[in-house]
Design a binder for this molecule. Structure first.
Ligand SMILES: [Zn+2]
Ligand SMILES: [Zn+2]
Length: 213
């Protein structure tokens, strides 16, 4: 699988715009999934263009949680490509006619072969779980439910191998140390501490970062 970060607080290249928020393209099991949409749709589309990602090539959009820095770009994206299946947690208030199909997620969900939602954890946020040969990879928006809850839910699909996304103020370093890949980006408060706890497995994020698993 391949994850490309499209929207992030930091950027890896001068021609890609950094802005507070998160979005990424997940390519796995024959699917192209947009996970979150950042805060601003124009920045989202600009970065997609610069990264050579055609909005019409996206089949599914997964929104992690209702916060503006993850949903803000959705309306502009859907204006470009409404022909997607949209997965929103039930705490996210989005009309059901904005996309080809809108699926409101509460419990754990199989999206397609090898790709799952943890379900809406603690009533706020879902994370995406993608099966890889080395174990599940988890893509998270802000990790508001806590990474303990997210990793526990994801472990229904095996021993979690990778965690990518915003980890907010998480200090659950012992859990992070068990992972094979950790890319703590977006709102993660303790990047330095996580990097020093996980020197072998730490992976830089930022717009334009590509993670192959
Ligand atoms: Zn956020
Ligand atoms: Zn948030």
């Amino acid at each position: 699988m391949k994850i490309t970060i499209i929207y992030d607080n930091e950027s890896t290249r001068d021609d890609l715009i950094a802005d507070w928020g998160f979005a990424s393209l997940v390519e796995a099991h024959g699917e192209r999934i947009l996970f979150d949409t950042g805060a601003n749709g124009d920045i989202l589309l600009e970065n997609m263009k610069a990264l050579g990602i055609d909005p019409h090539s996206i089949d599914r959009v997964v929104i992690s949680h209702a916060h503006w820095d993850h949903t803000g770009g959705l309306a502009v994206f859907l204006k470009e490509n409404k022909n997607v299946t949209l997965y929103i947690p039930s705490s996210c208030n989005i009309p059901s006619d904005v996309a080809r199909e809108v699926i409101v997620v509460q419990g754990p969900l199989k999206i397609t072969e090898g790709i799952f939602s943890t379900g809406e954890l603690r009533g706020v946020e879902q994370a995406l779980v993608v099966a890889t040969e080395r174990g599940p990879a988890v893509i998270a928006g802000c990790s508001h439910p806590g990474i303990g809850a997210i990793l526990t839910a994801a472990s229904a699909h095996g021993t979690v191998y990778a965690l990518i996304g915003g980890l907010h103020g998480s200090t659950e370093f012992a859990l992070m140390e068990q992972l094979g890949v950790i890319c703590a980006t977006h709102c993660t408060e303790f990047k330095g501490e996580i990097a020093s706890h996980c020197p072998e497995t730490w992976t830089e994020g930022g717009v334009g970062a590509v993670i192959n698993l």
